[in-house]
Design a binder for this molecule. Structure first.
Ligand SMILES: Nc1ncnc2c1ncn2[C@@H]1O[C@H](COP(=O)(O)OP(=O)(O)OP(=O)(O)O)[C@@H](O)[C@H]1O
Ligand SMILES: [Mg+2]
Length: 436
């Protein structure tokens, strides 16, 4: 078996006398599992009577994937099961002819064993954790603390290898980011290996990666670490995607919501709603106040929509449109609306409406009828930017401010603001009047 250039580089660090922790990967199919198994086999054969650990979050996936790669690599190395090594299904352990062993172990932190006492008595020589981003930092640390078995006999230093795909969690914070910024301590290393670094990959594997959705393609094919699910995000990517196919959402009262172009922004976005179905999105470019108001008026006429069912954002230019239409005005920074006489814990109305929108999107209760690819992409991108901001002094819920969103996506989130404003009518439900 001939290692790829990246695998060779990784192996060099695993055999130097400085590196203690290596994170390898950051893309699918880059030969991560293969490298880990290769390193483990090599060490077991080189150092008789030593004990390695191959770990992964869940034992089932460990056996279905990493263990299979292990057998594959062992075979490539000319090792025969039964002759050179045996695998014990009960103890999940591989025993080599020279007395070395490898334990396959799940590293999931069970609530019943939060401190990993189960690992406590274990002594190992080195460890390889596959898809390390799926285990907790604690599990990764404790695994490292168990490395001491026969190190002195062979004059070794403790080494652990973690492989992973891009994930915005502790791997990002503790390895990827410091490495990118050039501040990773010299005994820690990060080496990125992508599918394009692995000439042994099948054509179909590559084709599959190319058909993934945007986020996963960026992460798994291009190894983009910035593209991952941010835990502060209020809506999951899948749930956002579903708004375009949630045709089950019921009809209801009709509304119009509009995000009016501001100074320096040439786009006005008008949404026509039927219940929580956004059935039409109109985009006006370089439209002045009068023209915009006229356009909204004609939709109101055609769809029999009353003035009180129309809301436009009142910040800046929108105020002019509101004055002409005498409709509802949406003031982003106004106080949140009381619901059933109770004060709501949001910093302002916009946050309140975005949190409501997020809940409805998550529950699959919003439908957006939109076929233009570029508009869909913009909507997805903008909804992904709806994130919980740091909790302020009063402990009020808020979304990250528009300036920050603009900085991230390079434009104003006009579509998501239009969708968000629909929630104005949900939080401000008019009093039900019973006539008969
Ligand atoms: N040096 C090599 N020589 C021959 N085949 C290799 C080598 N490295 C990796 N491969 C093969 O390339 C394929 C992908 O490798 P591997 O499974 O290790 O990648 P991975 O990064 O772990 O992928 P995934 O993201 O799917 O877990 C496998 O079929 C593996 O056997
Ligand atoms: Mg793998």
């Amino acid at each position: 078996m001939k290692l790829t250039i990246k695998q060779t580089k990784a192996l060099d660090t695993l055999e130097d006398n400085q590196t203690r922790e290596l994170i390898f990967g950051g893309g699918a199919g880059g030969g991560k599992s293969a490298l880990g198994c290769y390193w483990q086999i090599k060490n077991r054969l080189k150092y008789a009577g030593t004990r390695g650990l191959i770990g992964r979050a869940v034992l089932k996936t460990l056996k279905e994937t990493t263990l299979q790669t292990f057998f594959e690599i062992a075979q490539m190395q000319g090792l025969k099961a039964g002759t050179h090594f045996t695998f014990n299904q009960q103890s999940n352990q591989v025993s080599f002819f020279n007395g070395s062993t490898i334990l396959f172990k799940d590293l999931f932190l069970y609530p019943s064993d939060p401190n990993f006492d189960e690992l406590g008595s274990l002594e190992i020589t080195d460890a390889f954790v596959d898809e390390v981003n799926q285990v907790s930092f604690k599990a990764w640390s404790i695994t490292g603390s168990r490395i001491r078995y026969k190190l002195n006999d062979y004059n070794l230093i403790p080494k652990k290898l973690g492989t992973c795909n891009p994930a915005k969690n502790w791997v990002y914070e503790k390895y990827f980011k410091p490495d990118r910024d050039g501040v990773l301590p010299p005994n820690l290393r990060f080496i990125q290996s992508l599918v394009t670094d692995n000439p042994n990959i099948s054509k179909h594997y590559l084709e599959n990666l190319q058909t993934l959705d945007d986020v996963d393609r960026e992460r798994l094919l291009h190894g983009n670490w910035e593209y991952d699910n941010d835990p502060a995000r209020l809506m999951e990517f899948d749930a956002i995607n579903d708004i375009f196919s949630n045709t089950h959402v019921a009809n209801g009262k009709k509304y119009i919501t509009a995000d009016i172009a501001r100074f320096g922004n040439d786009k006005t976005v008008i949404g026509l709603w039927n219940g929580l179905r956004c059935e039409r999105i109109e985009i006006l470019t370089h439209s002045d106040i009068v023209n915009t108001a006229n356009r909204i008026k004609s939709i109101m006429q055609a769809e029999s929509i009353g003035t009180s069912y129309v809301v436009v954002d009142e910040d800046g230019v929108g105020g002019g449109v509101r004055d002409i239409l005498k409709c509802k005005g949406f003031v982003n920074n106004s106080s949140p609306v009381e619901v059933q006489g109770r004060k709501q814990n949001f910093n302002h109305l916009k946050s309140q409406c975005y949190f409501h929108l997020a809940e409805k999107v998550q529950k699959g209760e919003i439908y957006v009828s939109e076929n233009r690819t570029e508009v869909r992409q913009s909507i997805i991108q903008e909804l992904e930017q709806v994130k919980r901001d740091k909790i302020d002094m009063d402990g009020k819920l808020s979304v990250i401010p528009k300036d920050k969103v603009k900085e991230n996506i390079g434009r104003s989130p006009d579509f998501s603001d239009m969708l968000m404003m629909r929630m104005y009518f949900e939080v401000k439900k008019p009093r039900e009047i019973v006539i008969y």
